[in-house]
Design a binder for this molecule. Structure first.
Ligand code: OXD
Ligand code: MN
Length: 636
């Protein structure tokens, strides 16, 4: 690769200048150019820093330019790059990271536009023990969050940020969570010193000039400051200040800790903001199920991390279900608003997927598999001798180099990290819904909670009403997975699958959920599913994946009042004939086990739920306690 000798042969792509603060008054000007060859193919990128003095601001929003100035004074970057969000700019970032070795091009003939990033081996997942919600009053964060006083948290972070961007570029990323023209969307600005974060934010959010224009119109935005620091686990913190709508993250480049639009903004900060504004920010996928008759229902489903949300959001109808179609709107987060008719509507605030790679293959998730064949950033996967990405259960190829960049030796652990990820634009999904960009979102027929439980919880059941549904959601428990640091496979309470993400006291959050019953007579029906129930030998009883459509059909039929059910103490369960087993290797006896409700085990569960609720003391809504008692009494 040769660099252009002078400026004449380069395409001017973007040139924004920022110098709003005295420390950099000598005038750093960053410009990016990209050369194209005579066929118009992208060549390479040059960063040029000129010394021409200037003081032009890049935004008319003073609160934004002041904040950028403050951050630059604190972190002392060598230059500042304002991200415009164009495709060319994305490719410039990619080239830049390939040049500095932080991205490795994969086999471009097999995987065009795909790259591998190897993270620091100590930086591979969310760090819940280092994640804090910093409200003025500790009780507002609740027992569900780690708390630190805002002043203590800020002074800790300011020490870490002091001069942390010396010699680095500071990137300013204006972004919009949700379609830019949706009244339900909210914006933020992330400042980061990581080009990897910029490239990921480009795929995961609507970022750049359009978002900036909206921020300037709205006049407000969530402030997210991120630095990878030295990637030292001892100097790593993710702090949230919901009362100030701001986030400070230091010491990690991992998605959930560093792509601040995702878990930090769209869940922790947004859940807090949603409470005061009367909506819900939830850890839910959004999926549209279209019947052969052309009737489409939209479901919002909450599952703890790495419980198959992406698979459910991209479900492929099984052979037996000709004519059925499944449309993906979102695979991780839903923002839910009541419209003026009392209908709950959902938008997906994200524009891309940051999915778990291992286990993705044409059988488990053909859409995800196809989605990640091109223009994808892989993080911590293995590679084959051909330089193709490789992961456990890919179904083809052999690993040659492990995620750690070392020759792969069988018996030395997984080749790809169990929490290795793909980052990819949602539009690449063959099942991307036409309505995914609709500013008014989609009407939700059913809310579905789920967890990973070996026993106890039936394949599916329906809550008796909204308030009971809040109890069902508040009682979600699941086995832990590799998406967060810590022991895997332990059952923990994960109400509404929001344990790591609810930005305020769960007791207040449940009260907020309950309050929706006063605001609408046509709320969605609420269900609970468990795809992970096992027999005494540890074998899964239900085939899962595409076959889950059979369960979703019962859910939809219940919403339309056209399926029967047995009323039990824990809720409505399908009668054995209500789940279509045609063509499936599941005997009626197995279905019986899948739908069994063991009263003794459930009494114990209700007791544990009561003890869990006790942690919330007087703040627990009476209605939730009453629901718990009602079910416990019904169990006898
Ligand atoms: C995720 C998670 O990455 O939930 O989506 O951990
Ligand atoms: Mn998630």
């Amino acid at each position: 690769m040769t660099k252009p000798a002078n400026g004449r042969d380069r395409d001017h792509i973007e040139r924004r200048v920022l110098d709003p603060f005295p420390e950099l008054r000598h005038g750093l000007e960053t410009a990016l150019w990209q050369r194209r060859d005579r066929h118009g193919h992208r060549g390479y990128t040059v960063h040029r820093i000129s010394k021409k003095p200037n003081s032009r601001m890049t935004t008319r929003l003073e609160s934004l330019s002041n904040w950028i100035a403050e951050v630059a004074t604190l972190t002392q970057p060598k230059d500042i790059k304002w991200c415009s969000g164009t495709a060319d700019e994305y490719h410039q970032f990619i080239d830049h990271m390939v040049d500095d070795g932080s991205l490795i091009p994969l086999n471009q003939a097999h995987y065009p536009g795909c790259f591998l990033h190897r993270s620091d081996p100590s930086d591979v997942a969310r760090v819940e023990h280092l994640t804090f919600v910093c409200t003025e009053d500790e009780s507002d964060a609740g027992p569900n969050n780690h708390w630190m006083a805002p002043s203590a948290a800020k002074s800790k972070m300011e020490q870490l940020y002091q001069g942390c961007m010396k010699g680095r570029t500071m990137y300013v990323i204006p972004y919009c969570m949700g379609p830019v023209d949706s009244p339900y969307s909210r914006c933020g600005v992330e400042i980061t010193d990581s080009a990897y974060v910029v490239a990921n934010m480009y795929l995961m959010t609507r970022m750049g000039n359009a978002a900036l224009a909206r921020i300037e119109t709205d006049g407000n935005f969530v402030k997210g400051l991120h630095s990878v620091g030295e990637l030292d686990p001892e100097r790593r913190f993710i702090m949230h200040f919901p009362e100030e709508l701001s986030i400070m993250s230091f010491g990690s480049g991992y998605g959930g800790n560093a792509l601040l639009g995702k878990k930090c903004h769209a869940l922790r900060i947004a859940s807090f903001q949603a409470r005061s504004e009367g909506w819900l920010a939830e850890h839910m996928l959004i999926v549209g199920i279209e019947s052969p008759q052309g009737e489409t229902h939209y479901l919002a489903c909450a599952f703890p991390s790495a419980c198959g949300k992406t698979n459910l959001a991209m479900l492929i109808p099984p052979e037996s279900h000709k004519g059925w179609k499944v449309w993906t709107l979102g695979d991780d987060i839903a923002w839910l608003h009541l419209d003026d008719k009392g209908q709950l509507r959902a938008i997906n605030p994200e524009a891309g997927y940051f999915g778990v790679v291992p286990g993705t293959n044409p059988q488990t998730n053909r859409n995800a598999y196809e989605t990640i064949q091109h223009d994808t950033i892989f993080t911590n996967v293995a590679v084959t001798a051909d330089n193709d990405p490789w992961w456990e259960e890919k179904g083809s190829g052999e690993p040659a180099i492990s995620w750690l960049g070392k020759a792969y030796k069988p018996g030395n652990g997984a080749a790809a990290h169990p929490n290795s990820r793909f980052t990819v634009a949602a539009k690449q999904n063959p099942a991307y819904s036409k309505l995914a960009e609709a500013p008014e979102g989609v009407p939700i027929s059913a809310i579905v909670f789920g967890g990973r439980r070996r026993e106890l919880t039936p394949l599916v059941y329906q809550a008796k009403d909204w308030a009971h549904g809040v109890l069902v959601g508040a009682s979600v428990a699941s086995e832990t997975t590799a998406a967060a640091i810590g022991k895997v496979g332990i059952v923990r309470r994960d109400p509404m699958a929001m344990k790591p993400f609810c930005g305020y006291n769960y007791a207040d959050y449940w009260a907020h959920w309950l309050s929706f019953a006063e605001r609408s007579n046509s709320l969605p029906k609420v269900f609970h599913v468990n795809w992970f129930r096992r027999d005494a030998d540890g074998r899964f009883l239900w085939p899962g994946f595409g076959e889950n459509l059979r369960v979703l059909r019962w859910i939809i039929d219940r919403c339309e009042n056209r399926a029967s059910a047995d009323e039990t103490a824990i809720g409505f369960l399908p009668k054995p004939d209500d789940i279509d087993l045609a063509g499936l290797d599941v005997t009626p006896e197995t279905l019986g086990k899948l739908l069994a409700v063991d009263a003794e085990q459930w009494r114990e569960e209700l007791q544990q739920i009561a003890e869990y609720f006790d942690e919330y003391g007087n703040r627990l809504p009476d209605e939730l306690r009453a629901q718990q008692r009602r079910v416990a009494n019904a169990l006898g």
